[in-house]
Design a protein around this ligand. Structure first.
Ligand SMILES: [Zn+2]
Length: 65
């Protein structure tokens, strides 16, 4: 058995993980529990209505389809 990324050096592996984290950071699905607004942001920000009761879901957590 061959691990898919076993040929990468530790530095390359870390860069690969950082690029994944970067993608996740720029794709956060936000849902305001107060005004039910939905939007996608690059950071965990408060809603425009001023509420901080916002649910944050990284887009990669959504199942396909
Ligand atoms: Zn809101």
């Amino acid at each position: 058995m061959t691990e898919p990324h076993s040929y990468l050096s530790p530095e390359e592996l870390q860069a690969w993980r950082l690029s994944l984290q970067e993608a996740n950071r720029n794709n956060i699905f936000c849902y305001c529990r107060r005004c039910h607004r939905e939007w996608v942001a690059s950071d965990q920000v408060a809603c425009l209505c001023g509420s901080k009761d916002v649910e944050y879901i990284a887009c990669w957590q959504f199942p396909d389809g």
